[in-house]
Structures are given as C-alpha cells and as structure tokens.
Design a protein around this ligand. Structure first.
Ligand code: E4P
Length: 218
C-alpha cells in the first residue's frame, strides 16, 4: 500500500521521504491556504523532494478554466497529478487530461457511483473522503469497501483507490486490510503508526539490561 503525505509542509515531506514512508503527496486549496505560501512555487518545491505523484488541485469549477489550470499545473513536473472535483465538468476535465497522458486525481468522492464515473473517465486516482463521512455519522470505510468491490468487478478499470480524509491509524489499518491502493495521511497520523507501548517498555528494559553487561558494541 502506498503512503501519500496529505500536506504541503516541506520539512514533514522530507522527513517521511528519509524514512522510506513517502510514495506521493496530496494537496488541496485548504492545505495551500494554511501554508500561507505561493501555490506554484510550493508545488515545484514538493516535486523536487517527491518522485511519486504530487496532487495539485484546480481552483475553478467550470470546464474551460479548469482545463487551462490543469494544463498549467501538469506542466510543473512530470509527476504532477492534476486534482479535479467530482462534478460533471471535473470528470470532463479528467477525461481530457487523462487522454493526453496526464495523471488525474478525482477528489471529493462520497459515493461508490461517483467512483464508478471517475474510473470510466480515466482517473488515475479516486479520492473517497472517509473522515468527512464519519463526521456526519456514516461509516467512511464502507465506501472504500464498495468502491474496491466495484473496481475489482471490472478489470479494465485501472483507477487506484486513494483513501483520503484519513484521521487516525484505524483508517489506515482497515484500508490495508481491504487492499486499498493508497492512503493519504497527515504526517502526524503516519507517525502514530510507529508507536506501541510494548515496544517502548521492551526497549527500555533492553537498554537497562545492556547497561548491566558493561559492554559496548563500538
Ligand atoms: C486529500 O486529497 C484530501 O483533500 C484530504 O485528505 C481531505 O482531508 P480533510 O477531510 O481532513 O480535510
């Protein structure tokens, strides 16, 4: 399963890359606004750190302007995945960009039928938002299970299921058990995966016992 970093924080992206935990990066307009930085130069910087797909989202909602924005974003680097919303116009942009060989990440997916449309439009990635469904009292991971089943039924679909709006390790665990292709996570959530109290306790005991031997490996 691939790990994408759901952030534009360059230090956090570098940190994950150094640990071998970075397969791609996703951004959205809210993440860019939070960074306080210029969009295009920031995406250029991210593409220098990350060889994998870097999602950069269009800002408009009409077909013609989204196409122009998508083509500009695609020109930033070869590993750009243009992110478009799951609307009729967004999927038309998806179809056009995909036909021209550009990776497209279709975002704001909240239903399995929307995911079906995205696959038919040639999306490279579909981004179902599990956390936001949980927030309204639904079970976000049920959506992932349904999309995976539908995509498995049709081998001609190559769209990867990119689990988005991940809030905690349980989302990642369930995604891995279901066989989702990608999870995009805030770096803080990935950091939590390292932690286990038995690891901490066990290591503390090993360190103490090693001291008792009076030895040094180096
Ligand atoms: C990533 O592609 C999505 O934009 C992101 O995961 C949304 O996360 P949020 O629901 O926590 O804003």
């Amino acid at each position: 399963m691939k790990f994408f970093a759901d952030t534009s924080d360059l230090d956090a992206i570098k940190d994950l890359a150094d640990c071998g935990m970075l397969d791609g990066v996703t951004t959205n307009p809210s993440i860019i606004a939070k960074s306080g930085k210029e969009f295009i130069p920031l995406i250029q910087e991210i593409c220098k750190i990350c060889d994998g797909p870097v999602s950069a989202e269009v800002a408009s909602t009409d077909f013609a302007t989204m196409m122009k924005e998508g083509e500009k974003l695609a020109g930033i680097a070869e590993n750009i995945a243009v992110k478009v919303p799951l609307t009729e116009a967004g999927l038309k942009v998806c179809k056009n960009l995909s036909d021209n060989g550009t990776m497209v990440n279709v975002t704001l997916c909240f239903s399995p039928l929307q995911a079906l449309l995205a696959a038919k439009a040639g999306a490279t990635f579909i981004s179902p938002f599990v956390g936001r469904l949980d927030d309204i009292g639904q079970t976000g991971m049920d959506l992932i299970a349904e999309i995976l089943t539908i995509y498995d039924n049709y081998p001609e679909f190559y769209t990867e299921v990119l689990v988005a709006s991940v809030r905690h390790p349980q989302h990642i665990r369930e995604s891995a058990l279901m066989g989702a292709d990608v999870v995009t996570c805030p770096p803080a959530v990935i950091k939590k995966l390292y932690k286990h109290p038995l690891t901490d306790n066990g290591l503390a005991a090993f360190v103490e016992d090693w001291k008792k031997t009076g030895q040094s490996i180096l």
